[in-house]
Design a protein around this ligand. Structure first.
Ligand SMILES: NC(=O)c1ccc[n+]([C@@H]2O[C@H](COP(=O)([O-])OP(=O)(O)OC[C@H]3O[C@@H](n4cnc5c(N)ncnc54)[C@H](O)[C@@H]3O)[C@@H](O)[C@H]2O)c1
Length: 285
């Protein structure tokens, strides 16, 4: 199946990026977002990103117009009825995602593929909320989606090879992404390695071992990382970081995956990183 009609659920950090790259690849895209404020912010984020690409000579003004004309943000899931592929990008909350998959299953056609951008929830659980587990797959993008080339393709025990092939071809041939395959284990490849590193940096800060700036500078200047772990946690979102840690801990029961109290209290306080204006650092919004 050549995917040309794409749906995205959620127009936050990731959904807006997935919608943007899909529309830039020539697909017709409909995004469903329940919060009007986030829908507006997501649309503005896409417009800013396209304007930057145009300023750098990567897109013409005609391209920008065409891309925006092929991208709609709506609040009603029924608008996804004719989509060949729907990518879910709502917050990392299992009950919420199960509910979205149940509703998507009732909404889209029998041949449609349902994908999740989850960072850590088993694809098998989401698939079993539908009547089409063989057509459910993980397509895990990275933030910022228009910039980072990687997509993790995750098949559950029941995902058909045809579904995995179509979803993988979409990521590689349509979007120009680099694909790696992962087993359906919490965190997949990248987050299973990254999250314990971020949690260690937060523990280091919490125990007074070093300042936030020194921890981040240590990894940037000493290991050539483009960004330190605390700035990266702020970029990912501290709520998302804590949610992924929870899933990893639930799956493996290893102390290295347990979220430190400082992270949990910051989430309680609404200090979510860049998206809320304050996390380990403060940001202009
Ligand atoms: N933030 C990252 O760096 C990152 C990277 C890779 C994957 N992910 C994963 O992507 C998913 C989304 O993360 P995010 O950072 O974009 O979160 P986010 O909070 O920025 O965006 C989620 C959006 O979904 C919307 N939403 C919630 N329920 C909805 C519903 N029923 N219908 C329509 N919209 C709904 C919310 O209003 C919000 O705008 C999560 O599963 C996360 O683990 C995040």
């Amino acid at each position: 199946m050549d995917i040309q009609r794409v749906g995205v659920v959620g127009c936050g950090l990731m959904g807006s990026g997935i919608a943007e790259v899909s529309a830039r690849s020539g697909c017709a895209v409909i995004v469903v977002e329940e919060s009007p404020a986030t829908a507006k912010a997501g649309q503005e984020r896409i417009e800013r990103s396209l304007a930057t690409a145009a300023k750098r000579g990567k897109l013409s003004s005609d391209d920008v117009e065409r891309i925006l004309a092929g991208l709609d943000v709506v609040d009603d899931m029924q608008a996804l009825a004719d989509r060949q592929l729907v990518i879910e990008a709502v917050p990392e909350d299992e009950q919420l995602k199960l509910d979205v998959f149940r509703r998507l299953d009732r909404t889209v056609g029998d041949d449609s593929i349902l994908a999740s951008n989850t960072s850590s929830i088993p694809i098998m659980k989401l698939a079993m909320a539908t009547g089409r587990p063989e057509q459910v797959v993980g397509l895990h993008f990275f933030n910022p989606v228009p910039v980072l080339p990687l997509v993790e393709l995750v098949s559950s025990l029941l995902t058909s090879e045809a579904t995995a092939q179509t979803a993988g071809d979409f990521a590689v041939d349509r979007l120009g992404k680099h694909l790696i395959r992962s087993q359906d284990r919490a965190g997949f490849v990248v987050n299973a390695l990254l999250i314990p590193y971020l949690l260690s940096a937060i523990r280091m800060l919490e125990s007074g071992f070093a300042s936030a700036e020194d921890i981040d500078q240590g990894m940037m200047q000493g290991c050539a990382h483009p960004m330190g772990p605390l700035a990266l946690a702020d970029l990912i979102g501290l709520d998302t970081t804590a949610a992924v840690a929870r899933s990893l801990y639930e799956e493996f029961k290893e102390p290295l995956y347990s979220a430190p109290p400082l992270l949990l209290r910051m989430v309680d306080a609404g200090l979510l990183g860049r998206k809320s204006g304050r996390g380990f650092y403060t940001y202009d919004r």
